[in-house]
Write a protein that binds this ligand. Structure first.
Ligand code: PAF
Length: 327
């Protein structure tokens, strides 16, 4: 009988432990991005995962699918929209197919410097843009930083806009970026990321991205010339599937937002403190750098973009006016 009692106690203990441990099992959040570990998106994602794990006492675990293991940014966005993936960090480029109004943020030469970026994009106006994402089935959590984009190519030094003429430039899958480079005289080719082999094979002559991308994706191996054009401040957008997010307890929704905003602050600092180092490394790797291109020639060439039909849609136009007034 004693043996039987012990067996019962052991059985109930096992049952109890099982229940407790399954009640404690973390909710796994899948988060997709296209760049590798060490990239800006990954820095944001890892910080977010760490903050959310700590602040929720282990209730949430973020599984990062990096390096495009879930597909291109457009494909990742489709998966988040359908709810197959809960979260993503993507560039704004492909996003304007989903919510056209976001293209105002990437308007060329909109932001003068990081101080302006921080007060305007990471302030109430940026929150206004994030609020628009719900109409496409996304919850906007925060913006984070890709950085000011600079032109690279393998054919010739580019000092002024006249030197761009005829260059085959890879652009993000975005109407704005395509129009921008057409306006500048290039031959733009929209494609997803990565693009190393296309540059290596010469299918395209150049590309444009922040310095960290040119360094971490080893583009200096296949691109000779770099011009610090800084033509677009490129943001990442950190999003969740709307339905999934809305089903979380209110406190957890708030927690996700604050963890992502804090991860963004951390990542921006990471990005900016390393700029000089990235530039030095690119020069050392053999790139010929024009540090002071004729930016005015680019700025005046892109003025007509504002009058393109894509900026005439009333909501987009009004939003662009607000951004222009604030910058
Ligand atoms: O050019 C792009 O597609 C983006 O800037 C990249 C490299 C994916 C970083 O966000």
């Amino acid at each position: 009988r004693i043996f039987l009692n012990l067996l019962c106690v052991a059985f109930f203990c096992a049952l109890l432990c099982g229940t407790v441990s399954s009640a404690q099992a973390a909710t796994v959040i899948k988060l997709g991005l296209v760049t590798p570990p060490g990239s800006a998106q990954n820095i944001t994602a890892e910080k977010f995962a760490e903050l959310l794990h700590d602040r929720s006492a282990g209730k949430y675990e973020v599984k990062i699918f990096h390096s495009g293991s879930l597909g291109t940014e457009t494909e990742i966005l489709q998966q988040v929209q359908m709810g197959a993936v809960e979260m993503a960090i993507v560039t704004l480029g492909p996003f304007d197919t989903f919510v056209p109004q976001v293209k105002v943020v990437s308007f060329p030469f909109l932001f003068r410097d990081y101080a302006q970026v921080d007060s305007v994009l990471y302030g109430p106006l940026g929150d206004e843009v994030l609020a628009l994402l719900s109409r496409a089935g996304f919850q906007g959590l925060s913006f984070s930083e890709n950085g000011f984009r600079n032109l690279t190519n393998d054919l010739r030094p580019v000092h002024s806009v006249a030197d761009v003429k005829g260059l085959k430039i890879r652009v993000m899958e975005s109407t704005l970026h395509k129009e921008l480079w057409r306006t500048l005289g290039a031959n733009p080719t929209p494609m997803g990321w990565p693009i190393y082999s296309e540059l290596q094979q010469g299918t395209i002559d150049g590309q444009e991205n922040p310095l960290w991308v040119t360094w971490t994706s080893r583009l200096y191996e296949v691109q000779k010339y770099l011009s610090l054009t800084g033509h677009v401040y490129s943001a990442h957008i950190d999003i969740a599937n709307l339905g999934w997010y809305k089903n979380l307890p209110q406190d957890d929704q708030q927690l996700l937002r604050s963890c992502m905003k804090d991860a963004s602050v951390y990542q921006r600092d990471w990005n900016r403190t390393q700029l000089a180092d990235f530039l030095a490394k690119l020069k050392k790797a053999g790139m010929i750098v024009d540090e002071h291109p004729d930016v005015e020639s680019f700025r005046s060439a892109v003025l007509p973009l504002k009058d393109l039909p894509m900026y005439q849609e009333p909501e987009t136009k009004a939003l662009l006016e607000k951004f222009l007034a604030a910058t």
